[in-house]
Design a protein around this ligand. Structure first.
Ligand code: ARG
Length: 586
């Protein structure tokens, strides 16, 4: 369906043309004085200069032309030269009826030229527990993915595991100390390696911080870990077998965690998958004259004349020949282009890596790894802070593990649900999980991604205000009224509004398409949140104002129920794009 603003604009443009003015003056926006009108056109103010006439005169002429159109219930010129417009209730009702008739999409068309998009999000580091720093990437990336998919793009999500750094060498070193008898450490061993991993996830998660701590205090230990990393990266068989175990054990655990978050990835590739592409890539950069040695390291210049801040060269290889995070990201682009040839790649990463990605993107374009026509986007997110304004920590001051955070929120929700006391324990627990996830995800997504935000468990779990639980309450309210209404027709056309609050609700529904397309274009899930918050408010005002089930006129009552159905469906579609669900009751 054509967006409502577009439909109005076409009529207004025609109005300007009919009165002999250029069509460019026919732009329409939502009114910034909703108390005066629903939509406005400021074009006459600009046209006045070109036509050397008073703006109010032009506005008056055009408004008079438009007033004849049944689309409007009001169309008038206002000093100094605005055109204020209200849509007729019939037009609005007809628009929302068409949305309701469009079963799965509620009027939202797919994009006319779908793109192939890869999203790099999640980015957990193997063997390190998933912590809240990775939470934002997963939550935001998942929503961007679902939205792009809904708009018709072919979307491939890749978790891009951090599985190639010093952390591997650290784990190997610590394991060797603890269990030197393992065959993985015997250089002369040439049999098959065991299929059972020599550790559990719990052990693995204890080994890493232990090793990391030791390496900070003990030079020799650090040296050993670096050495092990080097040997691993240069093909030592026993270590590669260990890496495979570390990966397996970690990935199984990561998958469980992401499942709890309702986040899933199409590809489970990691930094290690890029390694085979490095030698050829580096050689080509040298052959093409892009890479040169500077202070021992191999670098590519990426600064541009228009830079206001210094952009240092992109380092490709360290002086000892070791590859870096950059090298891996560039080599990852090599296989992404080769295997998928996407139209764009979106990176959802902590905004502190912005300069880094500027370097990597420029290097990729300059050296031809990524062709000009492929877009590279960096969606940088801010830090999730605690109430003290500092990065979120556990009560003990340590890094908060994702699972603990989720269970803390669930417990809080469970308490609240039990206070209401109408559910069995089992139902209460299930519901607490669903609502808890909405609290965490909406709490995050309702902020513009690039901003830091404060994780406030009390506020996020509250059923009042701009929160996930508030949206879910609204959906559950719709569902429960519909359930009470029983067997009535809830599909079909919706009647023109019977009250101001109903008109406001219908009008809010008409804005769904615009909200989704701007969330999609700007890769900005917070725009979906802002929209559904307004929609939920409009619905709740209507609900408080209207006797829905007690309405005596059957036709009116049926229309109310259809409006409820559409409201429920639009809200549920929206939260699905945000990455959470609503329960049946709460
Ligand atoms: N593993 C990285 C980290 O924890 C994030 C990876 C982001 N994606 C990328 N292609 N570099 O910081």
């Amino acid at each position: 369906m054509k967006e409502i603003l577009q439909q109005i604009k076409e009529v207004v443009v025609q109005g300007f043309k009919d009165c002999g003015y250029d069509e460019k003056y026919g732009m329409v926006t939502l009114s910034n004085r909703p108390d005066l009108c629903q939509f406005q056109c400021n074009g006459a103010l600009a046209a006045a200069k070109e036509y050397k006439k008073a703006p109010i005169g032009i506005a008056g002429e055009v408004a008079e032309k438009l007033a004849a159109n049944t689309m409007f219930s009001k169309c008038e010129a206002c000093p100094p030269g605005f055109i204020n417009m209200n849509l007729s209730d019939e037009f609005i009702a007809n628009f929302v009826s068409q949305m309701a008739a469009d079963d799965e999409r509620f009027g939202v068309d797919k994009v006319s030229t779908p793109k192939k998009v890869m999203i790099d999000y999640g980015g957990p580091n193997v063997a390190k527990p998933l912590h809240v720093g990775h939470l934002r990437s997963a939550i935001i990336g998942e929503s961007i993915k679902r939205t792009a998919r809904f708009m018709g793009d072919e979307v491939i999500g890749d978790v891009h595991l951090g599985d190639w750094g010093l952390q591997m060498g650290l784990i190997i070193t610590e394991l060797k100390l603890r269990k030197p008898e393992l065959v993985y450490f015997d250089e002369n061993y040439d049999g098959e390696y065991p299929t059972e991993p020599p550790f559990t996830i719990t052990e693995l998660e204890e080994i890493y911080p232990c090793a990391s701590g030791k390496s900070k205090e003990d030079e020799a230990y650090k040296e050993a870990a670096m050495n092990a990393t080097f040997e691993l990266q240069h093909g030592r068989k026993g270590y590669q077998a260990l890496l495979a175990h570390i990966l397996n054990v970690s990935v199984t655990d990561l998958k469980k965690n992401y499942e709890k978050l309702d986040v899933d990835f199409d590809l489970w590739k990691g930094e290690s998958d890029a390694q085979p592409y490095i030698p050829d890539m580096v050689q080509k950069m040298k052959d093409d004259g892009f890479a040169y040695i500077s202070e021992g390291a191999l670098v590519v210049d990426v600064k541009e004349e228009t830079d206001t801040k210094e952009v240092p060269p992109c380092m490709i290889l360290k002086s000892d020949g070791a590859s870096l995070y950059n090298t891996t990201d560039l080599a990852t682009m090599v296989w992404r282009m080769k295997d998928y040839n996407p139209d764009s790649i979106i990176y959802v990463v902590d905004k502190r890596q912005e300069l880094y990605f500027t370097q990597v993107f420029r290097c990729a374009k300059k050296t031809g790894i990524v062709p000009d026509e492929t877009n590279l986007y960096f969606v940088g997110f801010g830090t999730m802070n605690g109430k003290d304004g500092k990065p979120f920590k556990t009560r003990q001051g340590g890094v908060m593990r994702l699972e603990y955070l989720l269970s803390e929120v669930e417990e809080k929700m469970l308490e609240k649900i039990k206070e209401n006391g109408t559910m069995s324990d089992e139902d209460a627990e299930k519901t607490a999980k669903i609502v808890g996830l909405s609290a965490v995800k909406y709490g995050d997504l309702s902020n513009q991604a690039s901003k830091d935000y404060i994780f406030d468990i009390d506020r996020f779990t509250s059923a009042e205000g701009n929160t996930g639980p508030y949206i879910l309450y609204t959906i559950v309210r719709c569902k429960s009224i519909l359930a009470k209404a029983g067997d009535v027709v809830i599909k079909g056309s919706i009647l023109p509004a019977h009250s101001d609050s109903e008109r406001a609700l219908q009008l809010e529904l008409t804005k769904f398409m615009a909200a989704l397309s701007s969330a999609y274009e700007d890769m900005a899930p917070h725009k979906i949140c802002a929209y559904i918050y307004d929609l939920a408010n409009a619905f709740n005002r209507f609900y408080h104002d209207t006797k829905i089930l007690a309405e005596e006129n059957d036709e009116v009552k049926a229309s109310y129920l259809k409006l409820l159905t559409l409201t429920r469906d639009v809200l549920e579609k929206s939260i699905d794009l945000l990455g959470f669900k609503a329960p049946e009751r709460m």
